[in-house]
Write a protein that binds this ligand. Structure first.
Ligand code: NDP
Length: 335
């Protein structure tokens, strides 16, 4: 069983070398007798920014040094001690960064019913990032047709969906990303009205004024820092900010301060953070909405697939360098 192990707690920004590929000569794994758990074969693993946060000591859910990273993935049941699961069922949910995992609380997993979409989609559009885009956009922002929407990290796992949901709602949508290739994707593939490369802008406030001369109604926040400062200057009265992520601030020993916060008062803004793990009760509603959109090709999803567990550490760290184009997935094994 190959595993990706966290070597030790990380202080500050993680590196590839903080993780190690280890081999254990314990194949085939067996479920212990009387176990209520399941043994799964992992097929795809999801690289998500929060995983790097959990490499630090002392957070709720911090990883254990010497043990495999745990994160979302798609897996196949090899052996089951739980009455709700049987051999060959396909599931998604929290699993280990390894070939085979014993999951002791399989109630936390979702069974995959719809298999005529790519299975890897259950790490992205049909999994946690999809739910994040759905909840963060529709439930928090309550969007209306004709509103002005801005999305940061717009070509990523969550952002590409927020932009497409906003277009389906009839909004005017602008996205920002860190390369010209991603900016092109936003405009040509995901249907954003406009997009720009934030790394090429000297003055983010001026850039936003160019794209939103009348201001922003909805900001879907994925990055924090300087971008948030500039957005606050450009929000319209009664605007909404869905605070999904602040990737520019993760793993810093001290967060950068954010200016312009008094705009929240003057412009009567709603600024709401969320952790999607609290909202999975809405997952069936989301699937009902999104599966037909995928099948009717009204929505598309781009993935960046790293091949093999040995490439998982680089893929994860790459999220913080903007290397991923679309949702970063790791392919582990075929069914
Ligand atoms: P992405 O697929 O968007 O990957 C991360 C992207 O962030 C990179 O590709 C890069 O794109 C951009 N980025 C990295 N560093 C910086 C930086 N310093 N400044 C600006 N942009 C940066 O990730 P996800 O879609 O999975 O996640 C997006 C955000 O949503 C993250 O902040 C994540 O933590 C958050 N999230 C929150 C959840 C919740 O429950 N609240 C659940 C899931 C995700 P670029 O080339 O454009 O710079």
């Amino acid at each position: 069983n190959h595993q990706v192990i966290l070597k030790d707690y990380v202080n500050g920004f993680p590196k590839e070398s903080d993780m190690l590929l280890k081999t254990f000569a314990t194949i085939p794994l067996k479920l212990p007798q009387d176990s209520n758990g399941i043994l799964v074969k992992n097929l795809y693993l999801s690289c998500d920014p929060y995983l790097c946060l959990l490499m630090s000591k002392g957070l709720v859910g911090s990883f254990t040094p010497g043990s495999p990273i745990t994160g979302f993935g798609v897996a196949k049941v090899v052996e089951s001690g739980h009455s709700n699961f049987k051999k060959d069922d396909l599931v998604w949910g929290l699993t280990g960064w390894e070939e085979y995992t014993i999951i002791t609380t399989p109630e936390t997993l979702f069974k995959i019913q719809d298999t005529d979409v790519p299975l890897s989609y259950y790490t992205g559009i049909l999994g946690m990032p999809g739910m994040t885009a759905y909840y963060g956009f529709y439930e928090i922002c309550a969007p209306k047709k004709g509103e002005y929407v801005f999305v940061s990290a717009a070509s990523g796992a969550v952002g590409q969906l927020v932009g497409q949901f906003a277009k389906l709602t009839g909004c005017y949508v602008v996205g920002t990303a860190g390369t010209n290739e991603k900016v092109e994707l936003l405009k040509t593939k995901f249907g954003f009205d406009e997009a720009f490369n934030y790394k090429e802008e000297q003055d983010l406030d001026a850039a936003l004024k160019r794209y939103f001369p009348e201001g922003i109604d909805i900001y879907f926040e994925n990055v924090g820092g300087k971008m948030l400062e500039a957005v606050l200057l450009n929000m319209r009265v009664n605007g909404r900010i869905s605070v999904c992520g602040m990737i520019s601030q993760y793993n810093l020993n001290q967060e950068q301060g954010v200016r312009n916060l008094s705009s929240i008062i003057m412009k009567r803004l709603l600024v709401k953070g969320f952790i999607i793990f609290d909202n999975f009760d809405l997952y069936p509603n989301y699937l009902e909405m999104v599966i037909p959109l995928i099948k009717e090709e009204k929505i598309c999803y781009i993935e960046d697939v790293a091949n093999g567990l040995e490439n998982a550490p680089a893929a994860l760290i790459g999220l913080f360098l903007g290397k991923n184009v679309g949702k970063q997935v790791v392919f582990v094994a075929r069914e």
